[in-house]
Design a protein around this ligand. Structure first.
Ligand SMILES: [Cu+2]
Length: 174
């Protein structure tokens, strides 16, 4: 259909995480990530690519197509959010927001309802965000790159007003 024709070019540019200042580095992605002291390191470590490429879709039914995403500590993550719906960003926009541990996702989303100008992330909530995409409408996609946070399980949500109840999941770093 027309989906491909509407793919966002400029907006799809990489939105780097704001931490650290390692944003500009572009090194060959050749070395392997070593699992430190993992219980099954014999078979696993060799199979883990340095870059985890993930795709998640949001649709007009206000749903993500997955509730659980998994990466390995030390990987670089290249995550693409696709809005596979047809509705415009004003009525059915989606974003992908990875929250720091201990953040109440519902309180976060509620506080951000009116924050349209900052991508539905209230400025005083930004401290609870590990990384996020901007908000996109039907037919658009956006890709971000970031380093995995420490091992653990993190909430991801869409913070578009009213969506957190239907659109959330776990981002697991092993
Ligand atoms: Cu959404």
């Amino acid at each position: 259909m027309i989906k491909l024709g509407l793919v966002v070019g400029g907006l799809g540019l990489v939105l780097m995480s704001c931490g650290g200042g390692s944003g500009g580095e572009q090194q060959p992605e050749t070395k392997k990530v070593q699992l430190q002291s993992g219980p099954e390191e014999t078979t696993k470590s060799a199979d883990i690519p340095e870059v985890a490429e993930l795709t998640i879709e949001g649709n007009d039914q206000m749903k993500f197509n997955t509730k659980r995403m998994k990466v390995y500590e030390g990987q670089k993550v290249k995550l693409t959010l696709k809005n596979v719906g047809e509705l415009p960003v004003e009525s059915m926009g989606h974003n992908w927001v990875l929250l720091k541990k201990g953040t109440d996702k519902n309180a976060f989303a509620e506080a951000s309802i009116g924050a349209k100008e900052t991508g539905y992330i209230a400025p005083d909530q930004m401290e609870n965000v590990i990384v996020n995409t901007n908000t996109i409408g039907g037919g658009e996609e956006v890709t971000i790159e970031f380093d995995t946070p420490a091992k653990g399980s993190y909430d991801f949500i869409c913070s578009f007003p009213g969506h957190v109840g239907m659109m959330s999941g776990k981002f697991v770093v092993q």
